[in-house]
Design a protein around this ligand. Sequence first.
Ligand code: HXC
Length: 293
Amino acid sequence: MPNTLDSSYYETSIYKKGIFDGKVVFVTGGAGTICRVQVEALVLLGANAAILGRRTEATEKAAAEIQQLRPGAKVIGIGGVDVRDVKSLASAVDTTVKQLGKIDFVIAGAAGNFLSHVGGLSARAFKTVIDIDLLGSYNTAKATFDQLRANKGHILFVSATLHYIGLPMQAHASAAKAGVDSLMRTLAVELGPLGIQSNAIAPGPIAGTEGIDRLLPEHLAKRAVELVPLQRLGTTTDIANATVFLLSPAASYVTGTVTVVDGASWQLGEPSTSDPELYPGVISKLNEGDNKL
Ligand code: HXC
């Protein structure tokens, strides 16, 4: 028997409606742009979803809007959930299981960030971002573990490319995301025997996200397109498509990996490293003993 492809498999496109019928996704940071479009795609393709966030109003609004994408979808918003607080996560898992029956996919997307050089970072500021991004990812994995095990689920971490280089102004977030990648790999190895997949997606500069709209200084945001080898900002569809692939049966042998969706921008150097004003600006401020940029 030649080792040929099963052609019937390709009748099930990964973007075919219903591919995620019966699946339930549990997402932290679900009201933010990146996680929101990830969930939108999964819901459009059949999944039900629980969206968690600290801000109740924003979380419930996002859930109600996503629900409208597909008649029959069940999408719940659970506000007041801080990934630093294990009790609020445990309660959200209970609510999700009660209302949606189970959890198959976890998207650990809650993150916090700001630009600051090391001189401007207090220990509490550094710890705050580590606690949200890294400890929060760990807390999310722990809180959902029983469900992941019961359903041979998949945990997808939202990582970044910040830590691939020595990116200025991002000591806190880079350290946190390096830890997230490491956690993701360990979970792939430890939980693989239970049938659980663990992967990460690392978005680059995506139009309409906080990273571009709030964090990048305006002159850098304007130059961002020139600094991407593919010569465009990423779109939310780019992120959604990669997410659909990773969580679909097409990626059933993919675990322990980071899928970078960035137009190769980190390989050229993130905007802030190549910007003539920003990096020299950091150095001169540090030399002046100035703690604030
Ligand atoms: C230096 C800062 C700071 C800044 C806050 N801190 N902003 N230090 N420069 N710009 C310090 C505070 O002074 C305080 O330390 C400590 O951080 C904690 O601040 P709080 O406001 O008490 O924390 P909290 O209310 O928990 O808010 C967390 C947060 C906030 C991260 C600071 O911005 C947040 O909640 N963000 C969530 C949304 C978000 O940031 N999303 C972006 C994700 S984008 P002291 O010592 O003074 O008490 C992303 C992609 C990255 O992750 C792309 C990069 C380009």
